[in-house]
Design a protein around this ligand. Structure first.
Ligand SMILES: Cc1cc2nc3c(=O)[nH]c(=O)nc-3n(C[C@H](O)[C@H](O)[C@H](O)COP(=O)(O)O)c2cc1C
Length: 208
């Protein structure tokens, strides 16, 4: 079993209250399998979406949440660390402690807006603000349809600041047979962005 010193680089994963909780949960599992340490932030609305869309039951207390996610994904002790929405002492709240990459998956239009305007009213928004100010990797996976001009303008603003907007819009050319295939399409794209090797699906031009 891995100890903290042997983990690959940490990645912050924030789940917010857009539909598509499965993408975020699968991403955490894949990062754990790839031996990365994962710093997890889950909004109140995301808790509601998880309860609505999945059979996964997650406590809101950060320590119990860490334990529940560890059990789910088979993580090593210390591999998953969860933080509360106002835990301003968490490493992600400062440029000196935050990982080099953060993914907001799924990303609600509310959080998208807060990140684009620098609101920093909760730890997810603050961590994204830190990623932007430190010029670190920030990937947002919005899910809404249709998009309003407000959503589109915020996405353009964030793209111009160096963030990557990776919409939860799975393709069909890999002939998905199951829901898991469609979830993996998006998670594979996120892992590609992070530069993390995976076998979820072949890259374009690779033999299937
Ligand atoms: C079941 C459910 C599905 C939702 N789906 C979406 C969605 O797809 N996209 C979105 O932007 N908001 C969606 N919302 C609304 C957000 O959860 C809401 O705007 C919330 O304030 C977002 O807060 P957060 O960004 O702090 O997580 C959904 C809410 C629920 C309960």
């Amino acid at each position: 079993m891995a100890d903290e010193a042997t983990f690959e680089k940490p990645v912050t994963v924030a789940l917010t209250g857009a539909s598509g909780a499965q993408y975020g949960l699968r991403l955490i599992d894949c990062l754990v399998a790839a031996r990365h340490q994962v710093l997890v932030l889950i909004s109140k609305a995301a808790q509601m979406v998880i309860a609505t869309e999945t059979d996964v039951s997650l406590p809101s207390n950060p320590e119990r949440l860490s334990e529940a996610l560890k059990e789910r994904s088979g993580a090593a002790p210390g591999q998953i660390r969860c933080f509360g929405r106002e835990d301003w002492m968490a490493p992600v709240a400062s440029g000196s402690g935050a990982p080099s990459a953060m993914v907001i998956c799924p990303c609600s239009t509310g959080t998208l807006s807060a990140v684009a305007t620098g609101a920093s009213n909760n730890l997810i928004e603050r961590a994204a603000d830190v990623a932007l100010k430190e010029r670190r990797q920030l990937i947002l996976v919005p899910r809404e349809t249709p998009f309003s001009a407000i959503h589109l303008e915020h996405m353009l603003t964030l793209t111009r600041m160096g963030a990557v907007i990776l919409p939860a819009a799975p393709g069909f050319y890999h002939r998905p047979q199951t829901l898991d295939d469609m979830i993996d399409f998006i998670v594979a794209r996120i892992l590609n962005q992070l530069g993390i090797a995976h076998t979820l699906m072949p890259r374009w031009g690779e033999a299937t």
